[in-house]
Design a protein around this ligand. Structure first.
Ligand SMILES: NC(=O)c1ccc[n+]([C@@H]2O[C@H](COP(=O)([O-])OP(=O)(O)OC[C@H]3O[C@@H](n4cnc5c(N)ncnc54)[C@H](OP(=O)(O)O)[C@@H]3O)[C@@H](O)[C@H]2O)c1
Length: 189
């Protein structure tokens, strides 16, 4: 359990990933096959269970921008059954401001503690390769969940961001879910 944890909430990194280790394609495209969203590949009950365990999200600015662009181009394409608090890590204000989003900046440990506190005993989900890398590097992540999707992208944004050093994991689950395979790991400390 992370030293920033409160209640039973964990700090988790949940990722859709191609079999060859990319969490997005070249240019941050998120096409896992025929334009289908992640939810289309995963059994609905598994997707709903993960969402129900989530109490807050801490999101990197680039992930936010990729999601906003996808939503603008195709409304409903960022479809995740979650309505809790959003925390956006950025050095720049949102234009226009979004009253439903709390902007955080600076020390990643402080940001995780703030967002985890808002998760009300549920999990804090970390979104963004750079942000997840910062959290992993500081030993702030409790668990990693990967939706392995049936595609080889060949190129794109890798799971690990540059500069991340070795981190050992304990396998705690693996299961087929629809067309995806869900792998779960606890981060060893
Ligand atoms: N497959 C999946 O499940 C999944 C999930 C999430 C994301 N993704 C993909 O991951 C990619 C985005 O990851 P990324 O690594 O490029 O970027 P990111 O982690 O989403 O965002 C990085 C940006 O966040 C801001 N930031 C980070 N740490 C900060 C701090 N401590 N204080 C203030 N601001 C901070 C900075 O933006 P500014 O300085 O510009 O403000 C930084 O450039 C996208 O392609 C997205 O689609 C995939």
């Amino acid at each position: 359990m992370s030293d920033t944890s409160t209640g039973n909430g964990k700090v988790v990194v949940n990722r859709a990933m191609s079999l060859d280790g990319f969490i997005a394609g070249p240019g941050h495209t998120m096409d896992w096959g025929g334009g289908r969203p992640l939810a289309d590949f995963v059994a609905p009950e598994d997707f709903a269970e993960v969402a129900a365990a989530t109490g807050a999200m801490l999101i990197g600015r680039r992930t936010w921008e990729v999601g906003s662009k996808m939503e603008a181009e195709e409304p409903g394409s960022v479809d995740y059954p979650f309505a809790g608090p959003f925390f956006l890590l950025t050095h720049r204000p949102l234009e226009p401001p979004d009253p439903d989003v709390t902007i955080l900046s600076g020390d990643i440990g402080d940001a995780v503690a703030t967002a985890l506190n808002a998760a009300g005993g549920k999990n804090l989900e970390i979104l963004g390769a750079d942000v997840a890398g910062q959290c992993l590097g500081r030993g702030l992540v409790d668990e990693i969940l990967v939706y392995v999707l049936p595609v080889l992208l060949g190129d794109g944004i890798p799971f690990s961001s540059p500069g991340l050093t070795r981190i050992d994991l304990e396998p705690i689950g693996s299961a087929r879910s629809g067309e995806a395979t869900i792998l779960r790991f606890r981060v060893r400390r």
